[in-house]
Design a protein around this ligand. Sequence first.
Ligand code: SAM
Ligand code: SF4
Length: 535
Amino acid sequence: MVNGYSFIDKDLSIAASRRAAKDTGGSRNEYESEQAMSAQLVEPKPTWASQVIKRDEVTRYLQDGRDFIDDAALEAQLASAKPDPVRVRDILQKSLAIETLTTEETATLLSVSDEALWDEMYDVAAQVKKKVYDNRVVTFAPIYCSDLCVNNCLYCGFRAGNSGIKRRCLTMEEIAREAEVLAGQIGHKRLILVFGEHPRTDARYIAEAMRTVYAVEVPTRTGSSTGIRRLNINAAPMSIDDLRLLKEVGLGTFQVFQETYHHDTYAKLHPNGTVKSDYAWRITCMHRAMEAGVDDVGIGALFGLYDWRFEVMGLVAHAHELEARFGIGPHTISFPRLTPALDTPFVQETRYRVSDKEFKRLVCVIRLSVPYTGMIITVRERPDVIRECIPMCTQRDASTRIGVGAYQDEYEQQEADRQQFTLGDTTSLDSVIRELAEMGYITSFCTAGYRCGRTGNHIMDLLRSGKEGCFCKLNAILTFREWLDDFASPETAKAGERIIQKEIEETRDKVPEKLFRQLMAYYERTSRGEKDLYF
Ligand code: SAM
Ligand code: SF4
């Protein structure tokens, strides 16, 4: 079978049995018989991969059999764009009015070469972020639950053909232990669970993992227990039924990156016959999410696979498509940059590597083009790059480990042979929060949004009108108070105290008196150790 899973799984089984034979000092004959067994095992059964894609859940979103990314049209807009400063400044006014830019306007911004004009654009991008999200930064951490994967994405250390990686799929107990470390020792309230695509980690496994993490409760310094309050998922595209299941167990944001919006490049990087090779299944995954009622969706592109300007255009076109069809744009946009991965030569060979300067530019244009969206920068980036970009972003991870099972005590060291890629920044959450506070940002652990129904178009309207900022500011103060008392080191507590007092003073002037009094009542209760009070 050359199609999809059976073929790849056979490779995986062989690699696994080869390792097992090596690990146990097994003889050549043992290895040969295992190899024969794995070959027999895969022959007759219908392929799992061939059943993943529900064709009717793709075609209904296509027009004349085509998806909404028109490569030629986007390329043409990029080629014809002119960086006229007057026009650029008009476009910046539109961003400041929190209106989504057209792809043609995005192309104009991307065509700018004048450094002084870019500096103006960075300033406006930071103003836009402040207008919608004020000085808040949300922090989270990923749990890599499994690196089993049937796909063969050329750029990824988890790809099925990579026999250099030690594979692991966490049990529910192990997932609970990961969450206990993150919630109990570090103080995270918001996690993203990450999965390869594999029959062992299908939607039922993912749902079970979510239930397991939500059930974790850990003691805190101030007495009462705490846990994880928002779970996002980064996983392969799913069917509507599977997404409904995840919604039922409390899915926050469903995050899937298109990797590259460029059809030909996509085809080259995702070998034919794998589930992931189906561009249309992937580009319509957020349509299915919306249909399943999951209206906080996170899109993204992996920068370094194709021309960065084209990918920005693709992201903006994707936002338009979701806005036009469902009235709801992406809750978040991610812009991971390709980083080295074990035994993954593609990363060194790509012609489209993105420099730091280009990276800052792409962050800026995304912020200006989709002004209401959350923007996530991750520790794939070095601390200095994160520092430069944070004024335009809303979320970052911290204390991150990307080995499967890496948070647990016995895996305290990052192990290169269990990682999908390498990290640029391994700073602890405590240090990140201190640095943010010193830069004038308050870290928000607010997870109220999806629990009060402020998702999808409710949140979109609030964000566009600036009203969401009010709830978020109050909740940032309460959740930051909680974190400072439970987890902060003495130095971080000092820096945090300064910022929280400043926020309280600002709030006094901004919200009605009655609301301010209620905030202070909640604040007092939180200071006495009560948990999870929010507006
Ligand atoms: N398997 C799922 C999928 O592919 O959608 C989700 C998990 S995958 C581990 C999460 C993301 O990691 C991918 O969507 C890709 O953008 C990113 N990624 C893969 N290889 C990478 C690399 N070498 N450097 C940086 N990011 C990478
Ligand atoms: Fe698998 Fe996702 Fe990595 Fe591709 S990017 S190999 S689908 S884990």
